[in-house]
Design a binder for this molecule. Structure first.
Ligand SMILES: C[S@@+](CC[C@H](N)C(=O)[O-])C[C@H]1O[C@@H](n2cnc3c(N)ncnc32)[C@H](O)[C@@H]1O
Ligand SMILES: Nc1c(NC[C@H](O)[C@H](O)[C@H](O)CO)[nH]c(=O)[nH]c1=O
Ligand SMILES: N[C@@H](Cc1ccc(O)cc1)C(=O)O
Ligand code: SF4
Length: 463
């Protein structure tokens, strides 16, 4: 039997292990025929057979080839990408996920705290200014994911509710903005600020929505409706990590559970928002957990139909507590990354788009993954904090010319997309230089990186 433990480290005694009654050959035949796969089928494909130790290179190629063909049948050869900006509002967070080095514990942001930290908080006005600048470069979308700052509230009504607790910090992780150097404002103020100028705002993960309703009896749907009215247009399905309780207990015990993540996503879609879905893999979990996670996503999509894309996020281990505490010794191998993308394509028969992330994989591997079942190539992002702070070093920006060159090199058509994939524009490789055309101020002028995006020093922390 195969034991994933690709990441080495601690010997965790999980209930769910990759062990099935199915055979690899049967599972592959079903995948090739386009039959809906069971979890056992998925585990056979993900492990290249539980009858053998390790990954079998020939069987792996068979799985990748089946996924590549399925991708061509489902969405054709186009490789899509979006002109977008990442604008994360704050790194202050007390949730304590053990895979995350993006966050800084919130007490460090308090006005009376002595000593430096590397984090930041932006006011709504500062967020608006960053988005305004990026709109001029032609972006279509603003992606914003943040730490759960204790001063964050949905709106002023929420602030009053949280203020009325006897000990708000202990009971509901709330401390008034006056305690901090920088006030992040209310979530609705940040939404209004970042949806400026017709930008498509992609923000408020289920974990952030949980924070935006903490201490109340409001439903996720009601909270997402309020955020939508303030400018939110779609939701990033992060905070998913691995949607199996025994894994969450190890890597993110402070986070919402599997069922609540699903409830949050359903609330977003009930409010009329599209969402992406993610998996963060390559740490303590095994192949059974990865496929169980895919089943949660497929069931959710059967019920809602609102998931626009699935994003495999390979764990970046270097600067994280999981690595520092010896729970993992490395991230996923190349073969595991390939199989994750391929089995996602084969298992998720109801999700059109599977994303290959150059931030997580680098250019060479992310291009290879476009031949293993992926069809989307993420976005220009212009700024990156999560992977960089975890020790990743694939940069913070890809220009349209970079995209056209890379995608053409693998013989596929490069296509600019909107966040919901409904607007598409094919780029002619022979007609450069290339720039975005779909954003509210886009006119085809090439986007350029700010100096710090080219490996220079980042801007100083503002908090
Ligand atoms: C940093 S959080 C920010 C948004 C919000 N606090 C949340 O948890 O949804 C966004 C996502 O980044 C991903 N992430 C964080 N650290 C990572 C790492 N070391 N490697 C890969 N992905 C990581 C996780 O999937 C996480 O859900
Ligand atoms: N995979 C990563 C993403 N993906 C999100 C996209 O950039 C985009 O927001 C989405 O496809 C909706 O259009 N973003 C990152 O910053 N880092 C990644 O690794
Ligand atoms: N925030 C995620 C990436 C992400 C963003 C938005 C999404 O819709 C999906 C994934 C990361 O960097 O790890
Ligand atoms: S993943 Fe999100 S919730 Fe968890 S510590 Fe990082 S920023 Fe906070």
């Amino acid at each position: 039997m195969t034991d994933a433990s690709a990441s080495g480290g601690a010997d965790l005694d999980f209930e769910h292990v990759p062990d099935t009654d199915q055979s690899f050959e049967n599972a592959l035949a079903k995948a090739r025929a386009g039959d809906r796969l069971t979890v056992a089928d998925g585990v056979e494909l993900m492990t290249t057979g539980t009858d053998r130790e390790g990954i079998d290179p020939v069987r792996k190629e068979q799985v990748l080839e089946a996924a590549d063909r399925r991708r061509a049948e489902m969405v054709g050869d186009d490789v899509t990408f979006v002109a977008n900006l990442n604008n994360n509002v704050t790194t202050a967070c007390n949730t304590g996920c053990l895979f995350c080095n993006f966050k800084n514990t919130a007490h460090q942001f308090e006005s009376d705290h002595e000593g430096d930290h590397t984090g930041f908080t932006k006011t709504p006005a500062e967020s608006r200014a960053v988005v305004e600048d990026a709109l001029d470069t032609g972006i279509y979308e603003v992606t914003s994911v943040s730490g759960l700052h204790p001063a964050f509230v949905l709106n002023e009504e929420h602030r009053e509710i949280l203020d009325s607790y006897d000990d708000p910090y202990a009971e509901v992780d709330y401390k008034p903005p006056a305690a901090y150097d920088t006030d992040p404002g209310a979530y609705v103020e940040q939404m209004r600020a970042m949806s400026v100028g017709g930008a498509h705002l992609h923000s408020m993960t289920p974990e952030e929505a949980y924070h935006a309703r903490r201490g109340t009896d409001w439903s996720y749907e009601a909270v997402y409706r309020e955020l939508k009215a303030a400018g939110l247009a779609s939701v990033p399905g992060t905070a998913a990590e691995i949607l199996v309780p025994e894994v969450r207990d190890v890597i993110c015990p402070g986070k919402i559970g599997t069922d609540e993540w699903v409830e949050g996503m359903e609330g977003a879609m009930a409010a009329g928002l599209d969402a992406t879905a993610t998996i963060m893999y390559g740490h303590v979990e095994n192949e059974a957990h990865r496929v169980m996670h895919l089943k949660v996503i497929r069931d959710l999509q059967d019920r809602t139909g609102g998931i626009t894309e699935f994003v495999p996020l390979s764990f970046v281990h270097r600067n994280t507590p999981l690595y520092e505490r010896g729970l993992v010794t490395e991230g996923a191998s190349d073969a595991e990354d390939e199989l994750m993308v391929a089995v996602a394509r084969l298992f998720l028969d109801n999700v059109d788009n599977v994303q290959s992330s150059w931030v997580k994989f680098g250019d060479a591997k992310s291009l290879k993954l476009l031949n293993c079942g992926a069809n989307d190539f993420m976005g220009t992002i212009l700024s990156e904090e999560i992977t960089k702070r975890a020790g990743g070093d694939y940069g913070e920006f890809r220009s349209f010319d970079d995209y056209v060159e890379m995608v053409s090199a693998i013989g596929r058509p490069p296509v600019e997309r909107s966040t919901d994939y409904r607007q598409r524009r094919r780029l002619d490789p022979d007609d450069g230089p290339h720039g975005p055309m779909l954003g509210p101020r886009a006119d085809g002028t090439p986007m350029v990186a700010r100096p710090e995006d080219d490996g220079g020093e980042p801007a100083p922390a503002d908090d």
